[in-house]
Design a protein around this ligand. Sequence first.
Ligand SMILES: Nc1ncnc2c1ncn2[C@@H]1O[C@H](COP(=O)(O)OP(=O)(O)OP(=O)(O)O)[C@@H](O)[C@H]1O
Ligand SMILES: [Mg+2]
Length: 485
Amino acid sequence: MGPLDATARHTFRERVLESRANTRASLDDRDDLAHLQNGPLTFAEAEQGLLAGHAFHPAPKSRAPFSEAEARAFCPEHRARFGLAWWAVAPPLAAGDSSRDITAADLALELLPANLATRLPPGFSALPMHPWQALQLRRQAWVQAQERRGQLLWLGNSAAEWLPTSSHRSLYAPRAPWMVKGSLSARLTNSLRLLSLKEVRRGLHLDRWMRELDVARRFPGFAVMQEPAWLGWLDAKGDVDPASLVVLRENLLLGAAETETVVLATLTQQPLGPGRQTLLAARLRAKTQALGEPLPQVARSWFGAFCERVLTPLFGLAVEDGIVLLAHQQNIVLRLDDGWPVGMFYRDCQGSGVGDRFLERHPQLAPPENHWPQATLRRYFLYYLLINSTFAVISALAADGLVDEARLLRDLRAHLEGLRTRFDGDLDCLDHALHAARLEVKGNFFCYLSGINEATLAEPARLYLPLDNPLAATTATARHKGVPA
Ligand SMILES: Nc1ncnc2c1ncn2[C@@H]1O[C@H](COP(=O)(O)OP(=O)(O)OP(=O)(O)O)[C@@H](O)[C@H]1O
Ligand SMILES: [Mg+2]
């Protein structure tokens, strides 16, 4: 990343300390740490229960430029709850698109409360927005000019029933048919959280492509929280203003808000105090008592269910359909039945791409902008799904003393070898996972140290570093050769 000057080093240090202080403040603020550590948690509780943050980032809870008061009002770890901000956008400025039969503007109307709908002028589009983002935009001279000209109309905030999820910028209301993911002009981990037109279009493509894939039958319990619509406004030059963008995401929890549906990052997050354990370990210890089986056995069979419900569908889509979903721990929402994996929701369609297999299956389509060559697909897919998510599950189970790490690595290897025979398609990503001497891991530390904005980096490959592949050194059949478990 090159030499660093004193200012860059100073900024890094400040942000790491700020993140630490923020984590401390949220821990002090909460009166439900025991519940967060023992579960069971609902979707909303898990989204707002990720207090320790990202396990391999130096400043996971840095959130410049939020003030202390803003953090309390808007951050999930402070259990924030607020109203959506609403604009009316005049036809010449309104932008949006949908992959469904209904326009994006009409889909957004499904969220607009009646008291604000009465203020929407005929022909105008209603645009929902994160309230902090709306405050920032209302300070801009151009936005103020549009308000004076009647091109943008401020409708106000809806009732405080929206919760920021673990990403801060995606908002959830238990009774709303859509979640709302919007641009947030704040720097969280490696990027300024602005959506781009390129990214929001990915959701519409994915929604169309996946319609014919019969995913529900092929991968029971698996679903993508599709993002079939985006909205925003046009800037002075007639381009979509990234700061105004929002996408509508299916609320697959509708009618099931009380089920145990938990973001993986909260299930594996570091224990929230001395003498505590991860939520995953606590759930499994409780399960062990109920089943009366030995802990390592329960942990292995839970991990087997995790592999089947998470790795099988995500590898299946990549191998058979060439559809690649970048499933890091925060993008996997695990569906549990009495603590047991029975399915998963993938979220975050901005993190989707396609491989060569997809192009072969759709020769009539021009290659989409998120078509990734083989080396890129291997790097991203395996970093997110194996290193970030699956190895974190293995570490959590092993670190809390439930089962030996090498044992789970062998189980993982056996699962992936099994998938090779179940799937028909491009097996390259499976073979790479099983045999490559090294995988690639995202260098969050160096990325953050050098102040790079990952979202707009021309060559994100630069951020990746080699990591010895623990699977290549493992043989699934080792147990038959007398290697201790
Ligand atoms: N293991 C992890 N890997 C990546 N991000 C993580 C992890 N654990 C927690 N996070 C947090 O997840 C947040 C959002 O990540 P990401 O960029 O995937 O989501 P997003 O695009 O902003 O929103 P959404 O996931 O709602 O679509 C960041 O704040 C990051 O710190
Ligand atoms: Mg995400």
